[in-house]
Design a protein around this ligand. Structure first.
Ligand code: ZN
Length: 450
């Protein structure tokens, strides 16, 4: 948090408030970690001069709310490019599970650091992250260190038929998750929260799932984070075990409610769409990952029509291979168009999924996801004047520019909780090259442990 009040004066402010208002030639005032005023530039500049407040005057940049990615795996960043061109179950069995099992504290530290650096550099200020079985405390430390706002939880796995080494007993999985929640939930001045994370049905006994959902009562403000109905072979195995589809089985165990955040949800039947809506469960949509693993295309326009909450995430680096929210927004929009027509999932909707809808998924919509008085200052300054951006300078062109023709290189500065973590295209505290070279070294050692 800044000691002094700070005035930020961009060209446009995309508020993303309920009216989707866009200000031109206005400033915001940040006091501590909160947005306290939005006024014409001249008003706040005059007061800033009188009171000695700091001013960030950026008449060529656009201020937007920080992006929210609701499904990522920091523990997998080191494995980028090492698990290409595989379908989900092979990808897990032959690559990701053996890699995750080989992590030690140091490799986990740099996997998380590399992922966090990439996420912040593309303007992501909040994540919902799923860890592996071990070393979640290291991930929490890195999240705190980078200043990220995050939900994280260790992956819970008490069965693993395809890679038996990566699992633990039901009791141990519950006990260690509870210990982590006790230690880290609401830590870093409330910026870090816990999300219980049974990995997916095929890695969890019914007992583990049922006891996990009970834990949400003991730890207020936590989430239930899992994967479901991502891949047809996964679904076949789920049917063999349960005689039901994935979401139907979750319903039978009482796992569906408004704190259930479920990644993918590609292969849902009509009944399951109805259940997601009725229980207000959240869909975490990962378009790049769904395409790269050949999993399928989720019917997002249909879910939105049913008013099911949908938000976006890059998933893990080895199934993407970026962690760039601009890639996800663009793809979320484009992949629907050949199926539902060119008007489907327009740029403004894609932007909403990556901001306010993500906040709603996490039950943080009163704090983040838009630029409004009283909300937390999680903010991004972007430069829309690069050679790959449209020359149209109007307000109306902003969503199109951001969703269809931006990438991380457009991001100028990132503030989380009222504090710059990335300013003028530089990390305030971290040396990116140093993180990358350490990550490279740790990956070499990890591969020797397999
Ligand atoms: Zn995932």
């Amino acid at each position: 948090m800044n000691d002094k009040s700070l005035v930020i004066s961009p060209k446009f402010i995309i508020t993303n408030d309920t009216n989707r208002f866009i200000f031109k030639d206005h400033s915001i005032l940040v006091d501590g970690n909160l947005i306290t005023r939005i006024e014409p530039v001249e008003v706040l500049h005059a007061e800033a001069q009188m009171n000695g407040w700091d001013i960030v005057y950026e008449p060529n940049l656009v201020l937007i709310p920080g992006f929210i990615q609701t499904h990522v795996h920091l523990c997998q960043t080191l494995f980028r490019g090492l698990a290409d061109d595989l379908e989900l179950l092979d990808w897990l069995q032959y690559k990701i599970f053996p890699f995750e099992a080989a992590h030690d504290e140091k490799s986990m530290k740099y996997s998380a650091a590399l992922g966090l650096a990439e996420l912040i550099r593309c303007g992501t200020t909040t994540i919902l992250d799923m860890g592996s079985i071990n070393h979640s405390e290291v991930i929490f430390e890195q999240i705190a260190e980078f200043g990220m706002r995050a939900f994280h939880g260790k992956a819970m796995m008490d069965i693993n038929e395809i890679f038996p080494k990566l699992k633990e007993s039901t009791k141990q999985s519950l006990k260690s998750s509870e210990e982590l929640a006790r230690r880290f939930h609401n830590s870093a001045a409330g910026r870090i929260k816990y999300a219980f994370a049974p990995r997916f049905l095929l890695s969890c006994t019914d007992g583990l799932l049922k006891e996990t959902i009970e834990l949400l009562i003991d730890f207020r403000g936590t989430l239930f984070h899992t994967h479901a109905s991502e891949n047809k072979n996964e679904l076949k195995a789920v049917r063999e075990r349960t005689n039901m589809n994935n979401i139907e089985f979750f319903e039978s165990l009482g796992l569906l409610h408004d704190r259930s955040c479920i990644a993918h949800c590609i292969w849902l039947n009509e009944n399951e769409i109805g259940l997601m809506k009725k229980r207000e469960a959240r869909v975490l949509h990962c378009p790049s990952s769904n395409l790269k693993l050949g999993s399928g295309i989720a019917n997002i326009p249909r879910y939105l029509k049913e008013e099911i909450n949908v938000s976006l995430g890059a998933d893990g680096a080895p199934c993407n291979n970026f962690l760039d929210i601009f890639v996800e927004m663009r793809l979320a929009s484009l992949i629907q168009k050949p199926i539902h027509g060119p008007k489907a999932l327009d740029a403004k909707t894609a932007f909403e999924l990556a901001t306010i809808e993500g906040a709603k998924a996490l039950h943080l919509e009163n704090q983040i996801g838009s630029i409004e008085i009283g909300k937390i200052a999680d903010l991004v300054l972007i430069d829309l004047n690069q050679i790959h951006n449209s020359l149209d300078d109007s307000k109306e062109s902003l969503y199109s520019k951001i969703v269809y023709s931006c990438d991380h290189s457009n991001v100028d500065s990132v503030m989380i909780d009222g504090k710059w973590v990335y300013k003028d295209r530089q990390f305030v505290k971290h040396d990116l090259m140093n993180i990358r070279s350490n990550a490279e070294w740790e990956l070499k050692k990890l591969l020797n442990r397999i």
